[in-house]
Design a protein around this ligand. Structure first.
Ligand SMILES: [Zn+2]
Length: 264
């Protein structure tokens, strides 16, 4: 049995081939590749990009566009309508990520749920994506850099993140920047900026506050051309309402532990 065929397949019985009845082109009939092989190849590819994506299966299953319900938020009608619009924008971005999308809002506004839903949808379409909270990403890079056992070599991991087809960074501004981490983060952002690679960022930091939590170099990249007609990045504010407390989602990341006054 070929390793790519399904041993329980009813069509080919696990051989990976089905018999095509005689026809004009093949008067004696022919063998064709069974559909199960394609199915298995697709599943394998999905698993492969999922392993590389940093997305765990639980999040992949739970945080989808289907489970994101704007009506769950404790917001007024206007707030819910706005959430619905942002959801639609994120769905569009997941279909065809172009430029940068920055979701800002306080803890519990649903931005992380949307970010992971974008990553999951993109992955389901068999595209490569890398998704992580910024603190986790920097920790992982640090472990690789320190050559910890079982870790991927630093250069490979760094390049995987930097050059991912789509990069989703949750909770920018929640990290404790050491000079090393700040430099790595800037290099990732700058790499994607110069190559115009798509990026989705969430943050509960106030982007427009003087001396905010995001490093000026990173911030200037993010805000470059934001909300201009031909702008490269788009900043969306999610406000009011508490999406999380009503059970719609659970924000991840460390920022959750310390609610930001800055962002409210
Ligand atoms: Zn088959």
């Amino acid at each position: 049995m070929p390793p790519n065929a399904d041993s329980a397949c009813e069509l080919c019985g696990g051989s990976g081939f089905v018999q095509v009845p005689p026809n004009e082109r093949y008067p004696n009939g022919a063998a064709a590749i069974c559909a199960c092989r394609e199915r298995i190849a697709r599943r394998r590819k999905l698993l492969e990009i999922m392993t590389l994506s940093g997305l765990d299966e639980e999040t992949f299953r739970r945080w989808t566009f289907d489970t994101f319900d704007p009506d769950i938020a404790q917001a007024d009608a206007q707030g819910r309508a706005h959430l619905a619009q942002v959801k639609a924008l994120c769905q569009e971005f997941a279909r065809s990520p172009q430029g940068w999308l920055v979701l800002c809002g306080p803890y519990g506004c649903g931005k992380s749920h949307l970010a992971y839903a974008v990553a999951g949808a993109y992955l389901r379409a068999r595209h490569g994506v890398y998704v992580s909270t910024v603190p986790d990403l920097l920790d992982a890079l640090r472990r690789s850099f320190d050559g910890k056992k079982g870790e991927e070599p630093f250069e490979r991991r760094f390049d995987l993140v930097r050059s991912a087809e789509l990069l989703v960074l949750d909770d920018l501004g929640a990290q404790n920047d050491t000079p090393w981490a700040a430099e790595k983060l800037y290099q990732i952002i700058d790499h994607r900026y110069r190559r115009r690679l798509p990026l989705l960022v969430t943050t509960n930091a106030n982007l427009y506050a003087p001396q905010g939590r995001i490093e000026p170099r990173v911030l200037s990249r993010i805000l470059d051309g934001a909300n201009l007609a031909d702008g490269f990045s788009r900043v969306v504010l999610l406000g009011a309402g508490d999406y999380r407390r009503r059970g719609g989602s659970q924000e991840r990341g460390r920022a959750g532990a310390r609610r930001s006054q800055e962002a409210t």
